[in-house]
Design a binder for this molecule. Structure first.
Ligand code: HH2
Length: 289
């Protein structure tokens, strides 16, 4: 059993920062979106499961992504893909994170923790992670909002559903979900300066709904909060051009450029160098308009 503490005093002091944590303004102040590099220390992630499960491989991949221009490293130790992933215990998740996360933190780039369990997020924040990434938007683990509020860290609030329903209006569903998450956040005392919204491409959505979200992303700017999009290697790409996850770089970049046009300020991607280049070139061209 790995001991996890909700909020040890000395760690809280170390991790606490003023309301509106400094990490976000720095990342959002540039003319092109920030890039969040994906680091999956899992055996079963949909596109790179097992590739970085060994700590030395994970660390090498983190170093590579930092050298390629990643602004954030997002570490996940439990696959969240809708079909075929194995739910794991907090202990198992922590066992996978322990040899990797502190080393990645020491690379000097902000680290986000991709976990839906507040005990895992608490441990990661204790060990230097700076951002919580909750793929259930504060609506699954009842302790998540209080933890994020107490630590005063940025949180990515992602839209999710247990299953896709082709009959629903996906934009209305996302809007209602975000409204609920923001109520939970406000009640817990999370500063709106610390909230990033993410429509959750591929999560509880048909491929067509994922593409609708990308096409209509700008409608979500009505919340007045920064938007993150993670379309990297996702299944909707293969419905346009049949492809395996590792063959979806072109589609990922196309989707991310559309997302940036629609107002995304953070892009979550597996292929950091190519994504950084695409976003910066697009921004440089736009700058000449
Ligand atoms: N997508 C995945 C995981 N976490 N977090 C946010 N905020 N947004 C996303 O779109 C998102 C996410 C799925 O991708 P991946 O991590 O590569 O796969 P898996 O969940 O199978 O590990």
């Amino acid at each position: 059993m790995i001991a996890t503490t909700f909020r040890p005093a000395e760690a809280t002091e170390k991790a606490a920062a003023p309301s509106g944590h400094a990490v976000l303004p720095a990342l959002l102040s540039r003319p092109y979106p920030a890039v969040m590099g994906v680091l999956n220390v899992t055996p079963d992630s949909f596109s790179d499961g097992g590739q970085f499960a060994a700590p030395e491989h994970a660390l090498a991949q983190a170093r590579k992504m930092v050298a390629e221009g990643a602004d954030i490293i997002d570490i996940g130790a439990e696959s969240t893909r809708p079909y075929g992933s194995e739910p794991i215990t907090a202990d198992e998740e922590l066992k996978r994170l322990q040899p990797v996360l502190p080393e990645v933190v020491s690379l000097g780039v902000p680290v986000s923790i991709d976990s839906m369990k507040s005990s895992v997020v608490a441990w990661a924040l204790d060990h230097g992670a700076a951002i919580a990434n909750d793929v259930w938007g504060l609506q699954r683990d009842p302790d998540m909002a209080a933890l994020v509020a107490a630590r005063k860290v940025p949180v990515i609030v992602m839209h999710n559903r247990d299953r896709a329903d082709p009959a629903i209006d996906i934009m209305a569903d996302i809007t209602d979900f975000f409204a609920r998450s923001l109520d939970i956040a406000a009640s817990a005392g999370i500063s709106s300066d610390n909230i990033v919204l993410d429509p959750g491409i591929g999560f509880g959505k048909t491929p067509e709904q994922s593409m609708t979200v990308l096409a209509r992303l700008n409608e979500l700017s009505s919340f007045g909060l920064p938007l993150l999009v993670g379309a990297s290697r996702k299944r909707f790409i293969s419905t346009v051009t049949p492809s395996e996850p590792h063959q979806r770089l072109g589609g990922s970049i196309a989707a991310h450029l559309v997302a940036a046009e629609g107002g995304a300020r953070i892009i979550r991607a597996h292929d950091v160098a190519e994504t950084v280049q695409a976003l910066r070139v697009a921004a440089a061209i736009r700058d000449l308009e």
